[in-house]
Design a protein around this ligand. Structure first.
Ligand code: PLP
Length: 503
């Protein structure tokens, strides 16, 4: 039957592989080799590649059939379609013209691990389902916590009683900790106010975060049915202890129960840092139940001692989320949540059906208690490969290079007095804007919007904007694989060219 691969022969003598794996061994070997070549060629083409594609919404619908194929087809056709159709609409996050978003890790050690993981095809929701997966996860998160110099309580092999867990996203970590804190707080409040109904106590719970925390904090409060009090920030977009304490006291006066604070180390808008040291002290003074730290982007940089000043006060944290998939050369999805007290965190979520119980549960971590998902991929192989082949010193070098590129761009902006760098450049992000109408916010925002649109439409480089206190600015992120001095100089020249066109 032409085009029907389910009738393909096993003439290479490797009978059996086709029916269950969709290809026989030789077909897979040769296709995998082609994929490796394709990926290398792709990486070699990233220099100067247009970062955002020239497609309109719905382009794919016109190029792919509306119904799935009834019969399997040929590998060569599939690879060709990927190249011609899918690639047409891909954003090239590692192109030398991509400066738009906080970076996403991508390295060969991580890619190799992904291939092995999917090759083995094991899941690990408990130690008993695949011991190596669970034990490597515990060890890798201990390694990373040590590399970042986190307090020992977050390290499973240290004084504990905390540990790390790999989750799909930082958003999930924030949601889970908020839910855990909510449950634990309600339990405690119920014992203090035995005559007050649970729903009444729950309606009085309040969580706190800064006005500039990531949208995932607001999302967590919505999903967790709790009020969120957004605390104003100071001039450098930092939530300070005093402002938090004022908000907490106000709410307490109104009969509310402050139970959860989320502080951000490295905001998405401008990579600013909440004052964790002050916030931690306020949480203690005011008996706030849980202090969570969102270090999604900046967390990875704490492997370098010189950036650790930003995490002063980390010992107050009950939990920390971080995305090593952003700047530590690990492919997504690899988000980490560390909790100070594993039992306290996961107790409210414990469900123990007999089909997952096993004899070793008292001596090992069963990660199914620590996240939303039940079936869990073997994600810890990626950091193991990256740590083993690149080393922490290699990762430090990469973080520093990304910061160096941001500093280079900052120095270029500073050479032109029509521009200003809006916030201090701490890591690999530069916020900048045209200041020719500096004293007129409306006009200033308009000209900067115009500049961004002009650059975006040209597709010369891919940049996005951000806004703080109604000030609109452009935001450049380094950290993608093709980021180097040439890319930075080219980006600046593109910005100058378009500035001249609009002025
Ligand atoms: N928190 C901060 C500060 C972020 O910058 C981001 C994403 O960039 C997130 C949370 C969300 O991370 P995730 O996509 O892993 O949920």
């Amino acid at each position: 039957m032409p085009g029907n691969r389910h009738h393909a022969d096993n003439s290479n003598g490797e009978s059996g592989s086709f029916a269950r794996m969709g290809m026989n061994y030789n077909e897979f070997r040769s296709a995998a080799q082609e994929i490796v070549d394709y990926v290398i060629n792709y990486h070699q083409s990233l220099e100067g590649k247009q970062a955002f594609p020239s497609v309109k919404p719905g382009f794919l619908r016109e190029l792919l059939p509306w119904n799935p194929p009834e019969h399997g087809g040929q590998w060569e056709d599939l690879l060709e379609d990927f190249d011609k159709i899918i690639m047409k609409g891909m954003t090239h996050w590692h192109s030398s013209n991509f400066f738009a978003y906080l970076p996403t890790g991508n390295s060969y050690p991580s890619l190799l691990a992904t291939m092995l993981v999917d090759g083995c095809g094991s899941l690990a929701f408990s130690w008993a389902t695949s011991p190596a997966c669970t034990e490597l996860e515990t060890l890798m998160l201990d390694w990373l916590a040590k590399a970042m110099n986190l307090p020992a309580c977050f390290i499973h092999e240290g004084v504990g009683p905390g540990c790390g867990v790999i989750l799909g996203s930082c958003s999930e970590g924030t949601l889970m900790t908020l839910l855990s804190a909510r449950n634990n707080a309600l339990k405690q409040l119920s014992s203090i106010y035995p005559d007050v109904a649970q729903h009444e106590l729950a309606s009085r719970l309040v969580a706190y975060t800064s006005e500039y925390s990531h949208s995932s904090v607001e999302r967590a409060s919505l999903l967790g049915f709790t009020k969120l009090h957004k605390v104003p920030v100071d001039k450098i977009v930092s939530m300070r202890g005093e402002a938090l304490q004022r908000a907490i006291k106000e709410d307490k006066k109104a009969g509310k129960f402050p139970f959860y604070v989320c502080a951000t180390l490295g905001t998405t808008s401008c990579v600013s840092f909440d004052n964790l040291d002050e916030i931690g002290q306020v949480c203690q003074e005011e008996n706030v139940f849980w202090l969570h730290v969102d270090a999604s982007y900046a967390g990875g940089s704490f492997i370098c001692p010189e950036f650790r000043r930003h995490m002063k006060g980390i010992e107050y944290a009950d939990s920390i989320t971080c995305n090593p998939q952003k700047c530590l050369m690990i492919n997504p999805q690899f988000s980490v949540l560390w909790v100070k007290d594993r039992k306290r965190y996961s107790e409210p979520f414990k469900v123990d059906p007999s089909y997952v119980r096993h004899d070793e549960e008292d001596v090992v971590i069963d990660y199914r208690h620590m996240g939303v998902g039940f079936g869990r991929r073997f994600r810890s192989l990626k950091p193991w490969f990256v740590f083993r082949l690149i080393g922490i010193e290699g990762l430090r070098h990469r973080v520093r290079e990304d910061v160096k590129m941001a500093k280079l761009f900052e120095s270029l902006v500073n050479t032109d007095d029509r521009f200003e760098v809006v916030f201090p450049v701490e890591l690999g992000v530069v916020c900048f804007r045209l200041i020719i109408y500096k004293d007129d916010t409306k006009k200033s925002n308009m000209i900067n919007r115009q500049l961004l649109k002009q650059i975006k439409d040209s597709k010369d480089v891919f940049l996005i904007s951000s806004e703080v206190e109604e000030t609109f600015f452009l935001r450049l992120c380094t950290g993608f694989n093709a980021c180097n001095e040439n890319a930075i100089h080219n980006c600046w020249n593109v910005i100058l060219k378009h500035t001249d066109l609009i002025l």
